[in-house]
Design a protein around this ligand. Structure first.
Ligand code: GDP
Ligand code: IMO
Ligand code: MG
Length: 441
């Protein structure tokens, strides 16, 4: 049974939640491998809308086992709130949700440090979600982090907490002139969280290994995206985890030899939340039109997303870094009313056109997009069931993207709900999950 990674190819919010939701009926397990509650994955089921932050989107399917892997950082208070909201809406978690013992905790001082650091950065601020994700990963890499397993051992938890609070309070007070924390206050809250979460905390790499041995199929749900990856993204305007496909192995403990394929999710245009380079960014009315039609407001912070044209340079880079086997193209319907649609095929830098994504911050900041224009189709696409039934110009747009990226498309999403999804012919997806088409009819 295939184990497949679903990864964002742009700057996040490509519609990973929807794609995972569409594929979940064909797998047994969905595992999150990176990021924290900075993620916001929206799934629309009929008239119901769910926004998942830390819990895999697979949870909406009865019987699907959902794992929060060791590569994820967890704010236990926020996680419990998310769990309660799901339970209130009739979703069952017992026996379906498993949390890695090795996942690191987001502690109350992490969001405080996140906000204080952003304030100090001034014009070089990243525009983080303020959830404390960066500082939590700093502690993980700095080997002073506190893990889910520590939460279950009061003595060890207190010992680690005392060291951290002393250190963080000095930072907050002396560097940032910000509010400090007390050990007892945090301990009180976190021991209550421990009681809540204990039944779900387990050795998830062992579980995943056993499940895979027994023939279960696993979907790895990416959070954030390629261009936000700590190593491969537009550093320093990135998040702090390994969001690319490579992170699926380290972030879950499933070895690379047991992962069989990678599916990239790409929006038919581009968005970005927060600061940092964005070569194809649109300004003015064009951006407003896309933002309004695509409802491009952050699922976690509500911030308006910056909008831009499709960037094939970014997609080719994402194809290379993630080893994409196939791409799910989303939100094609958002472009239905555009008179003309642009595709960025290269960047002009210092008089030369380059087609490989430049990794240097200084080069990228000078990159001028080189565009190809395609005329719009002016016809709704949301009801379309087959690629061949798309308006001719929409088909032309999709085919040109596919050609520029050099990776076959497997799905074309034309609306937020499950059945607004076209399954493409001849993609690896149908080899992995032969009944996908039937399940969407
Ligand atoms: P994620 O973080 O990658 O899971 O993406 P988000 O959920 O943050 O943002 C994608 C948004 O677009 C959500 O509100 C989805 O419900 C919505 N969406 C997904 N696919 C489509 C589509 O094909 N068309 C439209 N109009 N909306 C879509
Ligand atoms: P999903 O999974 C879009 C962005 C933030 C900021 C940068 C760093 O829904 O695609 P952080 O809080 O992680 O330190 O912020 O990363 N960012 C996202 N942008 N979608 C996301 O998640 C994001 N997660 C983080 O806006 O620019
Ligand atoms: Mg999102």
């Amino acid at each position: 049974m295939p184990n497949i990674v679903v990864v964002g190819t742009q700057w996040g919010d490509e519609g990973k939640g929807k794609v995972v939701d569409v594929l979940t009926p064909h797998v047994n397990v969905v595992v999150r491998y990176a990021g924290g509650n900075n993620a916001g994955h929206t799934v629309v089921v009929g008239k119901e809308k769910y926004v998942l932050h830390s819990i895999p989107s697979g949870i909406l399917h009865h019987g699907c086992r959902c794992v929060i892997g060791c590569g994820v950082v967890i704010d236990p208070g926020a996680l419990i709130e998310e769990m309660e909201t799901l339970v209130q809406r009739g979703i069952s978690l017992d026996g379906n949700l498993f949390i890695s013992k090795n996942a690191h905790l987001i502690m109350p001082y992490h969001p405080a440090l996140d906000r204080a650091s952003e304030a100090k950065l001034g014009s070089r601020r990243i525009g983080t979600t303020g959830k404390g994700v960066g500082p939590a990963y700093m502690d993980k890499a700095g080997r002073v982090g506190i893990r889910m397993a520590d939460l279950l051992d009061e003595r060890l938890f207190r010992e680690k907490l005392e060291i951290n609070v002393a250190q963080k309070n000095r930072l907050l007070r002396e560097i940032y002139d910000a509010q400090t924390f007390t050990v007892d206050e945090i301990l009180n809250h976190y021991l209550r969280y421990a009681g809540w979460l204990a039944p779900y905390i387990t050795d998830t790499p062992l579980l995943l290994s056993r499940w895979i041995d027994s023939g279960y199929s696993v979907l790895f749900e990416g959070a954030q995206a390629t261009m936000l990856d700590i190593d491969h993204g537009t550093y320093p305007y990135i998040t702090s985890s390994s969001a690319t496909a490579g992170g699926a192995a380290t972030g879950t403990g499933v070895p690379p030899t047991r992962i069989h394929g990678v599916l990239g999710v790409a929006k038919a245009y581009t968005t970005r939340v927060g600061a940092g380079p964005f070569p194809t960014e649109m300004k003015g009315e064009a951006a407003e039109h896309i933002r309004a039609r695509g409802n491009e407001y952050g699922a976690t912070t509500g911030r308006p997303r910056r909008c831009g044209w499709f960037d094939a340079v970014v997609l080719r880079y994402a194809a290379r870094i993630n080893g994409l086997d196939t791409v799910a193209l989303t939100k094609l319907d958002v472009l239905d009313q555009c008179e003309m649609v642009k595709i960025c095929t290269g960047y002009r830098v210092r008089g030369e056109v380059i087609t490989d994504f430049p990794v240097e911050e200084s080069v990228l900041s000078e990159a001028e997009p080189v565009y190809e224009e395609v005329s719009g189709w002016g016809t709704p696409t949301s009801h379309v069931k087959n690629e061949s039934d798309l308006p001719a110009k929409a088909r032309q747009y999709v085919e040109r993207l596919e050609e520029l990226i050099g990776v076959p498309f497997c799905l074309i999403s034309t609306g937020a709900v499950r059945d607004e999804t076209i399954v493409c012919e001849d993609s690896p997806l149908l080899r992995w999950f032969p009944s996908v088409r039937a399940s969407l009819l």
